[in-house]
Design a binder for this molecule. Structure first.
Ligand code: ADP
Length: 404
């Protein structure tokens, strides 16, 4: 099935066209500056790239342009719009309403509307993307795949925060968790590599990118995850602070005279690697500066690795043991020093990294075992593929719908 995977942001719309039977990306691209002026950058497999500045006043026009580009005789990859059989949308927040991927209908849209409050920066653009596709591709079934859905299996004690219970009842304040599509994909791949029944597996997945989260997956189901009510919680990130003493928030607000919105911006954009190092939010820059002797870049990296290590310890305890640790995403896949420092000294838990394997991962990166042969716990690098999960979920749901 040809599935168009869409990731709609406030002024951009990233897309990939998948052939799910052949497991192939036929084309990918992005519509940028929607609502400002408009630009499309498109590339079909084996064809020349197409870049054009075209007016895109809204997501509906942007979607029409991308469909036109996909069907273009020179730059496109399908002969008519009819060949786009389904659309799968990446949705950041499904709130407490969605525990799996769903086919879009009026009720689903109403429920997604309720998530605006929980993720205002993402939900509005997602809805514009969905409406844009409904208008530009009438009759083509659409599926929503949520970053939060995989985490909906957490037990109450993992998702309830110890604030007064009415905050949960009134405002749905709870841990949701994010990057669920990535954690689901890499834990699923890891389960296939373990020599035991899926329901007995205990895996920690470390999605370390610009945003990072760590998840405990027991028997294929999430029991805990480091991101929380928002993607600000958990380990230190590119520009996000991760978990801090909550009393720091009003303290800094008072000292600096920040409004709630300014404080939110500060915690999301000025902290993490950038805030600690004062140099960059990018792990490559941090590693480079550290290698040149920059003390605060070294501190930023040590801080992250120390936090990952603490999550590994606590999630191993929460699961009553551990079979595998998976590293994935930009930093997890590309930064051997992080994998080394995060697992260093954990031999007492049966975790032993093969440093040679860790430092010599072949490129292009594929699934690679990084644990020593005598390590009780397997350590793996598994490149994540969120778009593939979205495409496959979409194809599965739409095929089932067509059969029914
Ligand atoms: P996002 O969360 O935005 O999807 P990524 O998963 O791409 O981010 O991760 C971005 C981080 O990964 C950056 O800190 C960057 O330094 C690091 N990273 C990405 N690619 C590489 C690479 N090829 N080599 C080293 N680090 C990389």
């Amino acid at each position: 099935m040809n599935v168009l995977v869409v990731n709609a942001g406030s002024s951009s719309l990233k897309y990939q066209l998948f052939d799910t039977e052949k497991n192939l990306v036929k084309a990918k691209g992005v519509c940028e500056r929607i609502g400002i002026d408009g630009k499309i950058v498109h590339k079909s497999a084996d064809k020349e790239a197409y870049v054009a500045e075209l007016p895109m006043p809204n997501h509906s026009v942007a979607t029409s342009i991308l469909v036109k580009t996909l069907t273009d005789p020179v730059y496109g990859c399908v002969s008519s719009m009819k060949e786009i059989e389904a659309v799968g949308h990446r949705i950041v927040h499904g709130g407490p309403y969605f525990s799996k991927s769903v086919l879009v209908d009026d009720e689903v849209i109403s429920k997604l509307e309720l998530c605006r409050d929980l993720a205002p920066l993402h939900t509005g653009p997602h809805l514009m993307g969905i409406h844009g596709c409904l208008e530009a591709m009438p009759g083509v079934p659409q599926v929503l795949v949520f970053d939060t859905a995989f985490h909906q299996t957490m037990p109450e004690e993992a998702y309830i925060y110890p604030v007064s219970y009415d905050m949960y009842e009134k405002y749905h304040v709870r841990r949701y968790g994010f990057h669920g599509t990535s954690h689901r994909y890499v834990s699923g791949e890891m389960i296939k590599l373990l020599d035991k029944p899926a329901e007995e597996t205990r895996i920690i997945t470390c999605h370390l990118g610009n945003g990072s989260s760590i998840t405990a997956v027991k028997g294929g189901r999430v029991i805990d995850t480091s991101m929380g009510f928002t993607p600000l919680d958990g380990v230190t990130m590119g520009t996000r602070c991760g978990s801090i003493d909550p009393a720091i928030v009003p303290f800094i607000m008072e000292k600096e005279g920040y409004t709630p919105a300014q404080m939110n911006e500060y915690l999301n954009k000025k902290c993490g690697f950038l805030g600690v190092s004062g140099i960059s939010s990018d792990c490559r820059d941090i590693c480079e500066a550290m290698n040149k002797g920059d003390r605060r870049s070294s501190l930023a990296l040590r801080l992250l690795c120390y936090e990952i290590k603490k999550y590994i310890g606590s999630y191993a305890a929460a699961m009553g043991g551990l079979d595998a640790i998976v590293f994935t995403a930009g930093i997890g896949e590309n930064t051997p020093i992080v994998r080394e420092m995060a697992t260093d000294g954990l031999e007492f838990l049966g975790i032993k990294l093969d440093k040679d394997a860790n430092n010599n991962v072949k490129r292009p990166i594929t699934t690679t075992c990084l644990s020593a042969p005598d390590s009780k716990v397997k350590i793996y690098l598994i490149p994540t593929n969120e778009e593939l999960v979205i495409a496959n979920d979409t194809a599965e749901i739409v095929s089932a719908m067509k059969k029914a």
